[in-house]
Design a binder for this molecule. Structure first.
Ligand SMILES: [Zn+2]
Length: 117
């Protein structure tokens, strides 16, 4: 019998246990959560191999998820930086438009008053 990896759901607290079915079949299941279990196999070795491969796969998947979440967080930070830049640029454009609108009004006033002469 090979060493069983801990339950991927319960972690180190999980207690994987070998079970023997009525039809002389074998499975491994976690007796902490009872939700993580292998299908029935003809030999204990198959059930153990399945359990360990599943637990290892879940562990790698969890590590990949953590890695992706970290990347997502970095992208979110970059996106917020761009958002802030875009907002400041818009403020600057608005400011510049107000300035030119005001300048245009002043220019018209000057033109109108000089036309009156
Ligand atoms: Zn479990």
């Amino acid at each position: 019998m090979s060493e069983l990896k801990p339950c991927p759901k319960c972690g180190p607290n999980g207690a994987p246990l070998r079970r023997i079915g009525e039809m002389d079949e074998y499975r491994v299941e976690c007796v902490e959560c009872y939700t993580v279990k292998t299908p029935w196999f003809k030999t204990p070795g198959e059930a153990e191999a399945y359990w360990n491969a599943f637990a290892e796969g879940m562990k790698q998947q969890a590590a990949r998820i953590a890695e992706l979440e970290q990347k997502l967080e970095q992208m979110r930070t970059v996106a917020l930086g761009y958002y802030d830049m875009a907002r400041r640029l818009q403020e600057s454009l608005d400011e510049s438009k107000r300035y030119w609108d005001k300048a245009l009004v002043e220019a018209r006033k000057l033109t109108e008053s000089s036309e009156g002469d």
